[in-house]
Design a protein around this ligand. Structure first.
Ligand code: ZN
Ligand code: ZN
Length: 120
């Protein structure tokens, strides 16, 4: 009998780029082409909606639009985001940099709060 410890909701929600989209040009929208994109049901990476492999596959996707979309996701893992900052494609790097700055600003604020709380 299965316990309640692993609820079914922890499945990856990404469309995963197909390993071999026969003859299809890159640039088909995720979800609109079932040859280029396949649903993924792997376990999610903690704190995100995608599994670790989808994050890596999408971060390496040839379409810049896919990568910049990834960079602006709220749940993007920090290591994936940091890779995208060093991207050759300016729009992708730009949106990754902007998002990374937001996260850093948020964490600095949290650090300041923690410190003032523990020193009193
Ligand atoms: Zn296609
Ligand atoms: Zn996945």
């Amino acid at each position: 009998m299965r316990s309640n410890l692993s609820p079914v909701r922890g499945r990856c929600r990404a469309w995963r780029p197909a390993p071999k989209p026969d003859g299809h040009p890159s640039g088909h929208e995720s979800g609109s082409c079932r040859v280029c994109w396949q649903p993924c049901f792997a376990d999610r990476s903690p704190g995100t909606e995608f599994c670790t492999q989808c994050w890596l596959l999408l971060a390496a996707h040839p379409a810049g639009r896919v990568r910049s979309g990834l960079a602006s996701r709220r749940d993007v893992p920090l290591d994936v985001l940091e890779d995208l900052v060093h991207e050759m494609s300016a729009p992708v790097a730009f949106s990754a940099r902007g998002h990374l700055d937001q996260i850093t600003a948020r964490e600095n604020r949290r650090d300041t709060n923690d410190r003032s709380g523990s020193e009193s």
